[in-house]
Design a protein around this ligand. Sequence first.
Ligand SMILES: Cc1cc2nc3c(=O)[nH]c(=O)nc-3n(C[C@H](O)[C@H](O)[C@H](O)COP(=O)(O)OP(=O)(O)OC[C@H]3O[C@@H](n4cnc5c(N)ncnc54)[C@H](O)[C@@H]3O)c2cc1C
Length: 595
Amino acid sequence: MTMEYGQTRQLRQVHTYDTVIVGAGGAGMRAAIEAAPRCRTAVLSKLYPTRSHTGAAQGGMAAALANVEEDNWEWHTFDTIKGGDYLVDQDAAEILAKEAIDSVLDLEKMGLPFNRTPDGTIDQRRFGGHSRDHGEAPVRRSCYAADRTGHMILQTLYQNCLKLGVEFFDEYYVLDQLLTEVGGVRHSAGVVAYRLATGELHVFRAKSVIYASGGCGKFFKVTSNAHTLTGDGQAAVYRRGLPLEDMEFFQFHPTGIWRMGILLTEGARGEGGILRNTHGERFMEKYAPVMKDLASRDVVSRAIYTEIREGRGCGPEGDHVYLDLTHLPHEQLDAKLPDITEFARTYLGIEPYTDPIPIQPTAHYAMGGIPTTVHGEVLADNTAVVPGLYAAGEVACVSVHGANRLGTNSLLDINVFGRRAGLAAAAYAATAALPELPEDPAGWVERRIEGLREATGSERVAVLRAELQETLDANVMVFRTEQTIGAALAKLAELRGRYAEVSVQDKGRRFNTDLLEAVELGNLLELAEVMAACALARRESRGGHYREDFPHRDDVHFMRHSMAYREVAADGTESVRIDYKPVVQTRYQPMERTY
Ligand SMILES: Cc1cc2nc3c(=O)[nH]c(=O)nc-3n(C[C@H](O)[C@H](O)[C@H](O)COP(=O)(O)OP(=O)(O)OC[C@H]3O[C@@H](n4cnc5c(N)ncnc54)[C@H](O)[C@@H]3O)c2cc1C
């Protein structure tokens, strides 16, 4: 570690590593387990590692182990591609499904306490969109640890990182990606981080950087996502001119607690839970005759809103439906779904043994993100990679989830592609030279931080964030039209203008979360605009992106990934430029999607 002064004479610390991993969730720690034994690795995390959102995952991790019934990875591949409404890159889906099996077994060897069958193998349960023999019937493919699977994965990975002596920098916020040009090609040179405890800036110079910084669901109001999921990684690379892929595809999970958005796992329906409207009807039978309540999430969320819009919603305002678990044995609920039944008691004062639970769709998962190859290498355009830059997990878009992710495929994604990114970043670091830092590497972050600290404008972060969230919930949710998206874009332009007038109350240097929330809001505003711009341009309906004015999938014009780039005009005006990238198809021809 060395010390140097920035232009404003603020002391900065400069650290040098082979590989720096941004994020200590499932993807980041899985990558660290591969990288740390091979090269000098640091993991930077804005949260204490075990507070990462992976720990909130409930239902399970998919793998065709065939422990409880016939299954194979090819069926899993097919389900993933169909679930993604054929926008999935099929080579990546094959890797995901094939490597799933070893991924689960690796976790088991690391000590993860999975639920067991009576004969001692890992138990498996049903989940939406996972089927036997290409859609014949639901299959038991999700490996789980009660409804705390993510918690167990995160704890297991963390313990193994500690065992390996991985170096963690907790409560370090990465605010900028450093790029340096070598022979006309932009290489990754490291990152700039802000240390929460002291307000100091830290430059991490590294041969390779892996983004594993998670999703961006906090731009919605009703969401299952933690407060911290603000898309910092996506924003950092986008701001530096690198593309974001398929940002219009955001998943709305069918069963969030009414008005709160807190997730009730799909595992509840996997265990036999049923969705009912105000007449007590099992309405999913109409929309998905074979898979019923276990159709894929986009299908179920649209069905719920269709019931609500057609006057069959529940409650005085008719604005929700019920998740009914009352027919399931109490022992099964206690053993398999202890956390979510407790959520119903705590947050709603409802006894799930006897009463149905009011639910509504909740913003849940970003299918889009930083485009990568199957080795986690970040793309600079449709084909060229950025040497030294990697991404994995929810921040990335490989793309294995296409237009709609299947439940349990994300805990799988972070393990399979976290591992791959860790291996690839370490292999790159083994041969690459240490990159030169750009001039005044922390200058941009310093100006941004000091600018916010000194600002005296009248706008408040909490007010702007609330308006952003209400706008997206109202206009870019499960149903979208040109008119609603246009309204969102107009409001976003206004909010970005007002963001320039934001000031923070806390002017201090130590533990200034006020300041960081202002930075995070800037990231959310930027990414919301990218999402809305891509949604406007995609004049079709596919997976989680449903345009009422274009209700059908249009493979002729839109069987392609969106690639969004930030453009800055000479006068400083920013806009989103959208390009497209072909979808990789191997064996599966697009078909009409029924469940
Ligand atoms: C409530 C809930 C339940 C879910 N249940 C399931 C399930 O059952 N099965 C399934 O497959 N998927 C599930 N998912 C989805 C899945 O859990 C996530 O997609 C996945 O865990 C994301 O992992 P990750 O490692 O990419 O990111 P995260 O676990 O979100 O970790 C992100 C990390 O990045 C760090 N970070 C972020 N920004 C910065 C920054 N600026 N600087 C430094 N560090 C930063 C954070 O500190 C954190 O350590 C669920 C999601 C939610 C919200």
